[in-house]
Design a protein. Structure first.
Length: 39
């Protein structure tokens, strides 16, 4: 086993999509709570 093999063939797209979805959901929840708080 060699130390670190940086030529990683792992597809990063699913992880990036998951992170973007998580950020959007968190932002949506925060905005929703803020809007409800003002009522």
């Amino acid at each position: 086993m060699n130390a670190v093999f940086t030529g990683d063939s792992t597809n990063m797209t699913p992880y990036i999509v998951l992170m973007v979805v998580a950020v959007v959901v968190i932002a949506g929840v925060v905005i929703y709570k803020m809007k409800n708080k003002n009522k």
